[in-house]
Design a protein around this ligand. Structure first.
Ligand code: ADA
Length: 594
């Protein structure tokens, strides 16, 4: 997959992007018609990756479609077929035989093919992006547009011998400095014979390390390199130092890039590398009105440049695991990132669903496995505004919090609550986060005293949290107002105008700062975005868009953008002076961008 740094030198990869064919199957008759061998006629041309909603007349299609294409391999041997994102449920067939299935629209999945013969092959994917009221992520009632299709890259990697995979970096800390770093990688032997090989770890930031290992036939095993004297420059929002390195053997290699930083809490404070940090963030859907989820890196980069101009230091990837390129830019540009599972307003009966539990646990494992090396990710979010005031919520979110901590104990766990003082899950979290909409949903009072009343409300919540044993950092994870671009007015107090949004956000931010009990906020939201058109949510969504963006869907700024920008640039990220001083000079130079 395309990233912002080199992925491999030695590996042979056959991209399977480009022209496929698609056959829509609204009656779900494909199995009966033997579509797994490839529908005949083969359907309409479609470009992969893309969202099928762009196809003429297919906007907002929810259901099944069958993708098919052929490809040729020149030499027989071990291969890995990877899908970087397919919406909903994917059932994958190769040459008429089922390889397997995957549920989850936002994370990659793959199939190992130990002995793929040379010649032409037929690849068929049944995609079902149905969303329901019981056990999907998200449910049918949701406030974003659930795009369909094979919307990220598909590739075939060739492994004639050994492969390197799943690189994980585990720093040990001595106070606020790295004491040693363990680099782990999974090695797979794709052959029927034992192989001894020399493995290496190299970077332009430290001396090359090597080790020899024997990998039994067909086995997978972990190799480890431990650096004891590597003192990297630390990563933070003002000094996003990154290190690129490569792990390899005689027949394969893999690059990875990471940064070294520590995120922790100390009572009600958030500390980044031991310094108290204040979150001035924004919520962002990874979405474009014409491209859907298939946002190209160039547009992601432009968004990130706008956000840098705006002055935010954090992004909440509302409300699903994001594109790895988004995370690469956050690593590079020094944005903290909150990545979360695709829950949105799941009611108690859905939270009790065993299938939902299984799907959510899998999404959590895939998200953390895929994204664990990004220094920008500091918070794993369990859910958004679901029924965490119900026993069903407590049961499921306890399991998810435990699993996420088991997989990664180096980051903070939280979720965005809309249950207020009825929430019974705050003890599961490292940070307490509330979505609040003063001046929009929460009240219909004039905005003139919003700063004061919001500040008072926040102090009341904070007192309640302390009384209830939750002396933890407290964030406002959403607040904002809708505004239609171009709708300006002299009449104060008229909702949906740019002036109303501007005044609400200014007073909201000032209220948060005035309260002095909040460690940060995420404005809802960066840009306007399409939302579900058929569900009842659209009644409050002019033009079937969520219009609470500071810019519209084409990133055209509203009045509020400039007001928020002026405010954010006055708020320091680090409470006590500048960012952490760089104590130790590392041996190599930092950066190493490939
Ligand atoms: C909720 C939800 C957001 C969005 C927002 C709104 O807080 O988490 O996804 O729907 O409300 O605009 O109403």
């Amino acid at each position: 997959m395309e990233r912002l740094f080199m992925s491999s030198i030695r590996r042979k990869v056959t991209p399977l992007n480009g022209q496929w064919h698609i056959t829509y199957d609204p009656q779900r008759r494909g199995e009966a018609l033997g579509y797994e061998k490839g529908p005949e006629p083969e359907g309409d041309p479609v470009y992969v990756p893309s969202c099928w909603d762009l196809q003429f007349g297919r906007y907002d299609y929810k259901g099944v479609a069958w993708y098919s294409r052929s490809f040729v391999t020149e030499t027989p041997g071990g291969c890995r077929l990877t899908f970087h994102a397919v919406s909903g449920q994917a059932d994958v067939f190769l040459d008429g035989k089922k390889l397997g299935s995957h549920y989850g629209s936002y994370t990659k999945f793959r199939f190992d093919l130990p002995d793929l013969p040379a010649g032409e092959h037929r690849l068929v994917v049944k995609v079902d992006n149905e969303i329901n009221d019981r056990d999907t992520l998200p449910l049918r009632f949701v406030d974003w547009f659930v795009w369909g299709g094979i919307y990220r890259e598909v590739e075939l990697e060739h492994f004639p011998s050994l492969s390197i995979d799943r690189i994980h970096i585990r720093p040990k800390w001595d106070g606020d400095q790295v004491s040693d770093v363990t680099f782990c990688a999974q090695v797979k032997n794709w052959t029927r014979r034992e192989i001894q090989d020399v493995f290496f770890l190299e970077s332009d930031s430290f001396d090359k390390e090597t080790l020899t290992a024997v990998i039994p036939a067909g086995a997978e095993q972990e190799i480890r390199f431990v650096l004891n004297d590597f003192r990297p420059l630390l990563w933070d929002t003002e000094h996003p130092h990154l290190y690129t390195f490569r792990i390899g053997c005689s027949t394969d290699d893999l690059y990875e890039r990471t940064g070294f930083r520590k995120i922790e809490t100390q009572k009600d404070k958030l500390l980044l590398n031991g310094k108290e940090i204040f979150i001035k963030g924004i919520n962002r859907h990874n979405d474009h009105p014409e491209l859907g989820y298939a946002v190209p890196p160039s547009l992601i980069h432009r968004d990130m440049q706008i956000l840098k101009d705006l002055g935010v230091n954090a992004i909440r990837g509302s409300h699903y695991p994001n594109d790895p390129v988004v995370l690469d830019y956050c690593d590079q540009m020094g944005f903290l990132f909150w990545e979360e599972l695709a829950f949105w307003n799941h009611p108690a009966d859905a939270l009790a669903s065993p299938r939902l539990e299984q799907r959510a646990l899998r999404m959590a494992r895939e998200m953390i496995e895929r994204d664990g090396n990004h220094p920008s990710i500091v918070i794993w979010g369990i859910q958004n505004e679901s029924k965490s005031s119900a026993p069903e919520g407590k049961a499921l979110f306890s399991k998810l919090a435990a699993e996420m901590r088991r997989l990664d104990d180096s980051r903070l766990i939280s979720f965005a609550s809309a249950c207020g003082k009825n929430d019974i899950c705050f003890d599961l979290l490292d940070i307490i986060c509330w979505n609040m909409y003063p001046g929009w949903y929460d009240d219909d009072k004039p905005l003139d005293d919003l700063e004061e009343r919001f500040s008072i409300k926040l102090k009341d919540i904070r007192d309640w949290l302390i009384q209830n044993g939750q002396n933890k950092p407290f964030l406002v994870t959403e607040f904002g107002a809708g505004a239609l671009l171009g709708e300006t007015t002299f009449e104060s107090g008229r909702r949906w105008t740019e002036n109303y949004q501007q005044k609400l956000l200014e007073n909201g931010i000032r209220g948060i700062l005035r309260s002095q009990v909040v460690q940060g906020f995420f404005i809802w939201q960066f840009c306007d975005g399409r939302t579900a058109s058929l569900s009842r949510i659209s009644i409050g969504r002019p033009r079937c868009f969520n219009n609470k963006g500071l810019v519209n869907e084409y990133r055209m700024p509203k009045l509020a953008y400039y007001t928020v920008r002026e405010l954010l640039h006055q708020i320091p990220s680090f409470r006590q002076g500048k960012g952490p001083g760089q104590k130790n000079k590392t041996k190599g130079k930092s950066g190493g961008k490939k």
